[in-house]
Design a protein around this ligand. Structure first.
Ligand code: FES
Length: 64
């Protein structure tokens, strides 16, 4: 699903970054350019990052 229409960024791309250790919207923004144009996607992108980082923490805790 597209999160940022301006940059054509999907939730899967954000998920891949989170799996690589990215934990903030600022980092996603710097790497993918999310919310750098019209800015309408900022809140949704933040929620996606939060969702994927919390899932990653849960998986890491379960395997530790
Ligand atoms: S929809 Fe993401 S910057 Fe416009």
């Amino acid at each position: 699903m597209y999160v940022c229409i301006c940059r054509r960024i999907t939730d899967k791309q954000i998920e891949a970054l989170c799996k690589d250790g990215v934990t903030s919207l600022a980092d996603v923004r710097a790497r993918l350019g999310v919310a750098n144009n019209c800015g309408r996607c900022g809140q949704h992108a933040r929620e996606v990052v939060k969702q994927f980082t919390s899932q990653t923490r849960f998986v890491n805790a379960a395997t530790a």
